[in-house]
Ligand binder design. Structure first.
Ligand code: HEM
Length: 504
């Protein structure tokens, strides 16, 4: 053990003095010859890596997925076969705040899971809501600019946030969820999470099914009010991180029950709205939850930077039996994450232990900054080759997918089946009275700094979702109900034109 107590430099040579720099004379300047000092300062200057562009503030832990039910009729993925137990790493995050932001802000929460399966890593990168604000990847950077800092003031701006949200009617359902009591969870342990997108499964017979992933907390849903959250944020900005860490340390391992919803290809063709639109949900009454297993978290990381900050998840990482869907939002994500991580962590980030697959990795990628394995030694670096090295495995090929229509920039709002307010209205109608009141109060408080024209846009959306929702928001926000009714007769473009001026 004694050996470990000896301080060394970065290549193992002993360091003589870690307190007193070498100076020319007892009161003289420091000399460059103090190479230990140079190394120490130079390393420190490079210790900050870029934070994640979104979801910068987060906490992670290890756990396992145990499959308790049989869904092999839908998927051949080994990780989802009955009895399978798979190690995982999970990271929870807020979305808008930077790395130093407070945990208990009103926001959606990201939940990213990396399953270290026997067929390679499967990453499910979801949120604590079953839907999302927007549905085209083109909108994604704009959404983040609207919810992040204003370019002039450097401050977060409710005006920018609500201006953007209300110009995209498809964000209505998600707006309602974020403003509801669920907008500030009491802890990560007390919330559900979802894959959100439609993904696909294919079974041993190569039959495809569309699916959605749901994880329901076994700890029960608990949320914070604005007042409780404000108090906590003032005292402990790392409140959710501490809660998770402490629960694991005391052996109170949080658990979620995993479910899937399944839609056949035939059902999808006849579905009353686009089943691949992330702003829509599949109603449980029509597509019931099918139980899969239990996800448990049971071990804290040893080092935050190495394991949590350097964790890299991407929806592009799937395993045989699990696939994507035509969801245009998901398609955009398939590129974005790996690209961001090549910048944030480097091209070889999948060699970092928390990201490394537990199975043998045989790829032809070579070289690149920070290559820390043997770079495959003398193994041929090209394919095809005549040496029988690493051939593709056609047996894991997904079934072909029929695509319809001409290539074009289609606006989903032009789809006659598109209804941006149905799901938000349905949610309003099932809320208990006290939850309705909280939703209205939270929305009014959040929109307090916002100009009236934007409040009218939101009021119209509430009214279109459910007249009671519209009337109660309108009254609480001090708006004119007759005006809301008039504006609600306009189409989307008409409403936008009528509410452009803050003078209205
Ligand atoms: C087209 C839409 C989207 C794009 C382009 C996008 C892109 C990104 C990027 C670039 C990151 C940072 C990755 C990193 O630096 O490691 C990120 C993080 C994240 N995103 Fe998205 N995102 C999109 C939509 C979504 C949606 C719909 C969800 C949830 C279903 C989601 C969940 C997350 C989560 C949980 C993280 C944090 C992952 C972690 O803990 O490391 N994102 N996203």
């Amino acid at each position: 053990m004694n050996e470990y107590k000896k301080l060394t430099n970065e290549v193992g040579a002993p360091v003589a003095d870690n307190e007193n720099s070498i100076t020319a004379g007892p009161r003289g300047p420091v000399v460059i010859q103090d190479v230990w000092l140079m190394e120490k300062m130079a390393h420190f200057n490079r210790e900050v890596i870029p934070e994640r562009r979104m979801h910068a503030k987060g906490w992670g832990a290890y756990g396992k997925l145990t499959v308790t039910h049989d869904i092999s009729r839908f998927t051949k993925a080994k990780v989802l076969q009955p009895g399978a137990k798979t190690d995982l790493f999970i990271r929870f995050s807020t979305v808008a705040g930077e790395r130093g932001a407070a945990d208990c802000e009103r926001d959606i929460r990201g939940v990213a899971v990396k399953f270290y399966t026997d067929e390679g890593n499967w990453d499910l990168v979801g949120n604590n809501t079953p839907t999302f604000f927007i549905r085209d990847v083109q909108n994604f950077s704009d959404l983040n600019r609207a919810v992040k800092r204003d370019p002039r003031t450097g401050r977060r701006s409710a005006q920018n946030n609500w201006d953007y949200w209300t110009l995209l009617p498809e964000s209505f359902h998600q707006r309602t969820i974020v403003m509801s009591d669920r907008g500030i969870p009491a802890s990560f342990r007390n919330m559900h999470f979802f894959g959100e997108h439609t993904f696909s499964f294919y079974n041993e017979k190569n039959e495809r099914f569309w699916c959605k992933f749901h994880f329901k907390t076994q700890q029960g849903i608990k949320n914070l009010t604005n007042e409780e959250a404000a108090k906590i944020n003032g005292m402990d900005r790392e409140y959710h991180g501490k809660d998770l860490y402490d629960a694991i340390e005391r052996g109170d391992f949080p658990k979620w029950t995993m479910y899937v919803q399944i839609m056949t290809e035939e059902q999808a063709k006849k579905h009353y709205e686009n089943p691949f639109d992330i702003t829509k949900i599949w109603r449980h009454g029509e597509y019931p939850l099918i139980e899969v297993g239990v996800l448990e978290i049971n071990r804290n990381p040893e080092n935050f930077f190495a394991e949590v900050e350097q964790a890299a998840f991407t929806p592009a990482h799937v395993v045989p039996g699990i696939g994507f869907s035509p969801d245009r939002f998901l398609q955009g994500r398939l590129f974005s994450y790996g690209d961001a991580q090549r910048y944030r962590l480097g091209v070889n980030h999948n060699q970092i232990p928390v990201n490394r697959a537990k199975v043998q990795v045989n790829e032809y990628h070579r070289d690149g900054a920070m290559r820390v394995d043997g770079n495959y030694g003398s193994t041929p670096a090209y394919t095809p080759n005549s040496y029988g090295v690493w051939t593709a495995q056609p047996e894991v090929m997904e079934p072909p997918l029929d695509i319809e229509g001409a290539m074009y920039r289609y606006d989903p709002k032009d789809d006659p089946t598109d209804d941006c307010f149905r799901a938000g209205g349905n949610l309003w109608r099932i809320l208990e009275e006290d939850k309705k009141q909280v939703l209205i109060e939270n929305t009014v408080a959040d929109m307090a700094p916002v100009t009236k024209n934007i409040k009218y846009r939101h009021a119209v959306h509430c009214y279109l979702a459910d007249p009671e929702y519209g009337e109660r928001f309108t009254k609480a926000a001090g708006l004119d109900m007759e005006k809301v009714k008039e504006l609600s007769k306009l189409d989307h473009n008409g409403l936008v034109r009528a509410t452009l001026s803050s003078e209205m």
